[in-house]
Design a protein around this ligand. Structure first.
Ligand code: CMP
Length: 133
């Protein structure tokens, strides 16, 4: 099973992505691919299309296209759920102590990282991020 971990623009901008990658690797996640990329609006809208009707969608697209992200493909049994537990709740204020979002998240939008929420979304998101150019 594979999944996507995406380190978001504010963390890349602050130069903290290496720390997060080291933390992930130390916790026995297996990284099988890595890429830095900057989303254009069209790709960002496709990536986040399940949120298209949400009131925060326009802000989310502005934010995620604001600078480079770092994408990691992770492989392993049950990695989708393990990674979700490791990063913590979407809202850093609700995230468990020690999770990535607890440590690095600033707000519900600027929440440091994204992880696929199911094997199906992992497949779709990995194809967007690692497929093509
Ligand atoms: P992510 O896990 O990448 O999925 C959707 C993103 O939308 C989320 O993290 C946040 O960055 C952003 N977002 C902004 N506001 C909200 C909100 N109220 N609820 C959920 N996600 C939000």
């Amino acid at each position: 099973m594979r999944t996507l971990l995406m380190i978001k623009p504010e963390i890349v901008e602050k130069g903290l992505f290496g720390e997060i990658i080291a933390h992930v690797v130390r916790n026995r996640f297996k990284v099988v691919a890595l890429r830095m990329l900057t989303f254009n609006r069209q790709t960002a809208e496709k990536f986040y299309e399940v949120h298209r009707e949400r009131e925060f969608f326009a802000d989310l697209i502005d934010y995620i296209t604001s600078g480079p992200v770092v994408a990691l493909e992770l492989d392993g049994d049950g990695v989708v759920q393990r990674l979700r537990a490791f990063i913590g709740s979407t809202d850093p204020a609700q995230a468990a102590v020690g999770t990535i979002r607890y440590t690095y998240g600033a707000s519900i939008q600027n929440n440091a990282v994204h992880a696929s929420d199911s094997p199906e979304s992992a497949k779709k998101e990995l194809a967007i991020v690692f497929g093509g150019s």
